[in-house]
Design a protein around this ligand. Structure first.
Ligand code: FES
Ligand code: FES
Length: 237
């Protein structure tokens, strides 16, 4: 025969069991909640129309393009949209010219075309048939570095070297531009020939070539040294 105390104890245990749901009951509740939550998403997925098939573009026809680079003719099969930079690096295998920004901001891709410096990322290869293109690989002649290349080494004008091919081409053309009397925005009187190649002139004329390593002071020193020594540029600029 149960006593009041016995009944009281049994009732307390049942209440405690109700207050503390079993692990199984908890997992069942969580699974049910997850199913309810996911259901709208699953319905939406089922109702989403399938994506239209991707457009298939006809391949762009390629054409033979002959580029005269560093004294050698390269006949390349190119799409008309290929930049000179990509033609040099990816098709002609001349990896010296560097791709920095690919949008005309850094100067890493500077090459010489008929002696003038050009950002190779901003021009199409097909536009330069019949012109004389010089890349950094063509600055040295007969196995000898150009005066500008030697000066860059002597003046420690680079650190990582990524910008250096563009800097060298730019600096090489700079001396030719100055010899020809071309003014810059640093020239005091643009109606007359700049009297001297000051450091301000060099900095301004090299301002299209960015150096992430900050070797600017030594680059200016190298350019000034070649200018003062009357160094020529292997006839390429
Ligand atoms: S890669 Fe051409 S200007 Fe930067
Ligand atoms: S030497 Fe490194 S970016 Fe110019």
């Amino acid at each position: 025969m149960s006593t009041n105390n016995d009944r009281q104890g049994s009732g307390d245990e049942s209440a405690a069991a109700l207050r503390q749901p079993s692990r199984r009951r908890f997992l069942q509740s969580a699974a049910a909640a997850a199913t309810v939550g996911a259901a709208p998403h699953l319905r939406a997925q089922a109702q989403t129309p399938s994506a239209p098939p991707a457009e298939v573009h006809a391949p762009v026809p390629q054409h033979p393009v002959t580029l005269n680079v560093n004294g050698r003719a390269y006949t390349l099969q190119l799409e008309p949209r290929v930049t000179l930079l990509d033609a040099l690096r990816e098709y002609a295998g001349l990896m010296g010219t560097k791709k920095g920004c690919d949008r005309g901001q850094c100067g890493a891709c500077t090459v010489l075309i008929d002696g003038r410096r050009v950002n190779a990322c901003l021009t199409l290869a097909v536009m330069h048939e019949g012109e004389t293109i010089t890349t950094v690989e063509g600055l040295a002649a007969n196995g000898a570095l150009s005066p500008m290349q030697r000066a860059f080494i002597e003046h420690d004008a680079f650190q990582c070297g990524y910008c250096t091919p563009g800097q060298l081409c730019s600096a090489t053309a700079l001396l030719g531009e100055f010899r020809n009397g071309t003014a810059s925005t640093a020239t005091a009187d643009v109606r007359s020939r700049p009297p001297q190649l000051s450091d301000a002139e060099i900095r301004e004329r090299m301002s299209g070539n960015i150096c992430r390593c900050g070797a600017y002071a030594n680059i200016v020193a190298a350019v000034r040294a070649v200018h003062e020594s009357g160094g020529q540029n292997n006839g390429n600029a």
